[in-house]
Design a protein around this ligand. Structure first.
Ligand code: CP3
Length: 362
């Protein structure tokens, strides 16, 4: 295939509302996709999941991963399709034991010592994750012309949190103790994750991803002086490498829970867009962030469980506050399993109606 010219890429981008927004285009009807839009709230996902073996088996089966990526697109026609995978495939591919247990979430054999960290192999990631890139290629072919394909990785700090804690944590004491008392050892782990993330994201872009999102779910647990060291710095290194290895691809960063730290994150990491978590005040975000980056967010996922007029009001309020600048509608965190899919359909039509009429429909 001949290389894509600048002009081809422009016409392709303008046909995809999500890419247009990421290039700074403003729209009264913002493009929309939802974090965790594929998953257990959809009966058709549960159906495939019940037959596919483990959750990781599903991530590594290109046909099935393609199918579950497309499920929410078929139902709701979001403007973005996010690859069905998980942030923890990276430590798995580096050689760590990872499993997902029903009702418990991820379980990892913790890595905490210099020796355990030294055994992790960032160089193995791209070969081990070849089924994931195969899925990316298959999804890219299958998507409607107006839908953009989003690839992703976890940020080093967030992935390290699961690797060191051995799973989800309440207080992150093992992680923080390692980062604070043995910074040189922890830095080796972060450096390997930077390297692995660059390789993993570059491979997704090469396979057909058109947008990349970096999930830093646990950025908000860091004190501000450590935030620069373990969140902003490593993210900036990933972004700088991607600018060279996947030029032109827009990058969204999601540093959940960092409060005023969003200003430094937007100014210093080099990302094109930031995902706002549910707590970020909209007028503050419009004033302090939107001249630097495209904004994405931030409906409370619990509003999508509640549904009805409160959900529609909240969604339209977000659009009123942020659609005066470059903006992508999303949640402030992922869709949760108890969500009724009818509420997702209602949300999408509320956003696309683009008027307050949406609030009086029953
Ligand atoms: O639809 C999508 O957004 C794409 C797929 C996706 C998943 N995980 C699928 C998944 C994405 C983008 C993720 C990212 C992810 N994974 C994050 C960052 C975003 C966030 O939610 O904060 C994190 C922290 C993880 C790690 C992870 N994976 C946890 C903590 C859990 C257990 C909690 C849960 O929801 O079950 C998972 C499992 C997981 N990842 C599931 C899905 C659909 C459920 C597994 C199942 O079906 O059995």
């Amino acid at each position: 295939m001949p290389p894509t010219s600048e002009k081809d890429r422009d016409s392709k981008a303008s046909a995809k509302p999500l890419l247009a927004a990421l290039r700074g285009q403003i729209s009264a009807r913002p493009p929309v996709w939802l974090m965790r839009q594929a998953g257990r709230y959809l009966p058709e996902y549960r159906e495939i999941r019940s037959k596919s073996g483990s959750f990781l088996d599903l991530c590594y089966a290109p046909e099935l991963a393609t199918e579950v990526t497309l499920q929410p697109i078929r139902r709701f026609a979001m403007d973005g399709a996010i690859l069905f995978c998980d942030i923890l495939v990276v430590p798995h591919a580096m050689g760590q034991k990872v499993s997902f247990e029903e009702g418990k979430g991820p379980v990892l054999e913790p890595v905490r010592t210099r020796e355990e960290i030294a055994r992790l192999d960032a160089g193995a990631v791209v070969a081990k994750l070849s089924p994931v890139y195969k899925a990316v290629g298959m999804i890219a072919k299958a998507l409607p012309a107006e839908t953009a394909l989003i690839g992703f990785a976890g940020a080093p700090w967030t992935v390290a949190s699961y690797m060191v804690e051995g799973g989800t944590s309440r207080d992150f004491l093992a992680l923080k103790t390692l980062a604070y008392s043995q910074a040189a050892v922890f830095e080796v782990l972060i450096d390997r994750l930077v390297e692995a993330s660059i390789a993993h994201l570059t491979a997704q872009a090469a396979a057909g991803a058109e947008v990349l999102q970096i999930f830093d779910t646990w950025a908000g647990i860091l004190p501000s002086d450590q935030f620069e060291k373990w969140c902003i710095g490593p993210t900036r290194r990933i972004v700088e490498a991607l600018r060279k290895q996947a030029p032109g691809i827009p990058i969204i960063g999601f540093p959940r829970g960092v409060g005023v730290g969003y200003v430094r994150y937007a100014g210093e990491t080099g990302v094109d867009a930031v995902g706002l978590d549910t707590s970020v005040p909209l007028d503050w975000a419009a004033r302090n962030l939107q001249d630097k980056v495209v904004l994405q967010g931030n409906l409370d996922p619990a509003m999508l469980v509640a549904g009805g007029a409160p959900m529609r009001e909240a969604a339209l309020g977000i659009i009123d506050a942020l659609a005066g600048g470059p903006f992508i509608f999303n949640l402030g965190h992922g869709v949760v399993p108890p969500t009724n899919p009818d509420n997702v359909a209602d949300l999408l039509s509320t956003i696309r109606d683009g008027s307050r009429l949406g609030t009086v429909r029953v």
